[in-house]
Design a protein around this ligand. Structure first.
Ligand code: FE2
Length: 297
């Protein structure tokens, strides 16, 4: 098994590269680090790479990268992947600041890239837009969340933070309640990507920006159940759902086995569990709108 420590960046394919660059810089507030003819790299204002955009026929989340411990050896990781039945490939210089990465496909066809080395990249202090701290998590529709959750646990060291019924699983690779989610559906597709904000005041500023730019909020502000993050959701120009959130549950010490106590928790302590399928998906706030719930593919 490999133990991934952190979500690095996501690669989104898009048919309209310019429009997505405008969206990620002017609405999300990422910094455009580098632009080539058919791709672009964007960083958070911390200088960490957050998003790669690649021109393609249709919108898709193609790749997730994850940081592993600095002392990990690529050949040894490749051997462990082979032992788990996964064929991997060592690649060089495919993302800025990261000299080498180990690339393979997860069972739903997303490319996973593991890296040990990275650099702080450009920052844009005068940027407009929301300006998140980081990319926080990516959620996917899959036909069966159980085997993919098992793969992420067995091969990449993820732990299950919560289930809703048997159709929605939240998985963590560090203190954050979740870095990936899998939701049962008829097809495989990204469900949403989420960016972490500083606090609820930052979320309020984001809502004001959505108002100013006439971007409909399709759910929230809401305090969710699993993870207890305060969140709002909107759609980007590729019709993908994008979440901005703050106050996500933290499990600072795995040995204790509970999330840091918060006054809005209903369980004392709040441990990983199976949430009931109906009625408890959020603590307060409005229900999701039909525009949030409509399926995509
Ligand atoms: Fe989310």
């Amino acid at each position: 098994m490999i133990k991934v420590r952190r979500l690095g960046h996501a690669t989104f394919e898009t048919p309209d590269l310019d429009k997505q660059i405008d969206y990620y810089t002017q609405v999300v507030g990422l910094h455009l680090l580098a632009r080539e003819k058919d791709r672009a790299f964007l960083t958070a204002r911390t200088g960490q790479l957050a998003v790669e955009l690649v021109r393609a026929d249709r919108p898709r989340c193609a790749t997730l990268s994850f940081e592993v411990a600095a002392e990990e050896d690529f050949a040894d990781m490749a051997r462990r992947l082979t032992a788990d039945g996964v064929k991997s490939e060592l690649r060089s210089d495919s993302i800025p600041g990261t000299p080498q990465l180990l690339s393979f496909q997860d069972p739903k066809g997303t490319t996973i890239e593991l890296f040990t080395e990275w650099k702080f990249l450009g920052r844009d202090q005068g940027a407009t837009g929301i300006g998140p701290l980081k990319i926080g998590h990516v959620a996917f529709f899959v036909q069966d969340p159980k085997p993919i959750a098992e793969f992420y646990g067995r091969v990449l060291g993820f732990k299950v933070s919560d289930w809703i019924g048997d159709f929605f699983v939240f998985m963590r690779c560090n203190a954050d309640h979740h870095a990936v989610n899998f939701i049962k559906a008829e097809h495989v597709a990204m469900h949403h990507v989420a960016f972490e904000l500083r606090d609820f005041a930052h979320l309020q500023n984001a809502c004001d920006l959505f108002g100013e730019k006439n971007i409909p909020i399709i759910w929230g502000p809401v305090r969710l159940g699993p993870g207890h993050n305060v969140s709002t959701f909107h759609r980007n120009p590729d019709d993908q759902i994008v979440e901005v959130y703050a106050e996500l549950d933290q499990m600072k010490d795995e040995e204790l086995g509970y999330f840091d106590p918060r006054p809005w928790h209903k369980d004392q302590p709040q441990r990983p569990k199976v949430w009931e399928r109906h009625g408890v998906a959020f603590v307060w706030g409005p229900p999701p709108t039909p525009d949030f719930l409509r399926s995509r593919g």
